[in-house]
Design a protein around this ligand. Structure first.
Ligand code: ZN
Ligand code: ZN
Length: 255
């Protein structure tokens, strides 16, 4: 299994350690065709992207592409902020981005109601044990609505600190052409959840979630998972020379 591209990499513009060019250089060294710079969405209080930095980032992506030959895409790891499926990338900003990732993150500025339905119960159940059914139901609703209402390319680290019914999320993701990420920074699916996901027709991408340039393209955690679960490689769209069909790009081209 050889990684073709890596859409989830952080830089100093959120809480990564390197520059956009550093990430691109690392990608070039490991032979990737393209990468996404996917710093945290605007509503993350400590690490969120600052809107006034976006033009400079886009320029740096362009220069890094020219200097390395790796296609460097301007992405975002937007935050899920409401059970109604609200995320913190608004259509008015779509022109600034090439890749649209969405994930659940602790400590973002949730909508008032959501702090009680998503954030606190998830935090509680993460430390106490298996989440209650109603929590899973609310989380599932949030992801399902997010996929339905936004042209999301990839859901990042599903079931990491925020437990949803993965089959339900995967079914909607399949219908709308959104990928489910296999994240190489953290273990976020049990083997049973992988089984459940594979019973749907959803498609996957592998991402490093690198917070340091040297980790760009580093996916050994997922390689182990693939081996252990006998994961069918033809379900993964960014390996062995293949590039994924991104929903956000297609959405923008349709106008
Ligand atoms: Zn994340
Ligand atoms: Zn991330």
């Amino acid at each position: 299994m050889i990684l073709t591209s890596d859409y989830h990499t952080h830089t100093v513009y959120s809480h990564g350690k390197g520059s956009i060019l550093d990430n691109a250089r690392s990608a070039q060294e490991v032979g990737l065709k393209e990468i996404g710079i996917s710093d945290h969405g605007f509503s993350h209080p400590a690490f969120g992207l600052r809107a006034n930095k976006v033009p400079k980032m886009k320029e740096e992506c362009k220069l890094a592409t020219e200097q390395t030959g790796v296609k460097v895409l301007m992405g975002i790891e937007s935050n899920l902020i409401g059970t109604d499926g609200k995320v913190d990338l608004k259509p008015s900003r779509y022109d600034d981005f090439d890749v649209f990732l969405v994930g659940f993150h602790k400590f973002v500025l949730f909508k008032p109601k959501t702090i009680f339905s998503l954030f606190i119960p998830d935090l509680f159940h993460t430390y106490i044990g298996k989440p209650a059914k109603w929590v899973i139901k609310e989380n599932t609703k949030a992801f399902v609505n997010a996929i339905k209402n936004n042209p999301i390319d990839v859901i990042t680290h599903l079931n990491y600190y925020c437990f949803a019914d993965v089959s339900e999320v995967a079914k909607v993701a399949t219908d709308y052409g959104t990928y489910i990420e296999l994240n190489a920074k953290k273990t976020h699916f049990t083997d049973q959840e992988i089984d459940a996901l594979l019973k749907t027709d959803v498609r996957f991408v592998i991402n490093s979630d690198a917070h340091a340039p040297k980790r760009v393209g580093e996916i050994s955690l997922v390689e182990k998972l693939v081996e252990r679960t006998n994961f069918p490689l033809d379900r993964i769209d960014n390996i062995d020379g293949r590039l994924p069909k991104m929903r956000f790009k297609a959405f923008k081209e349709r106008g």
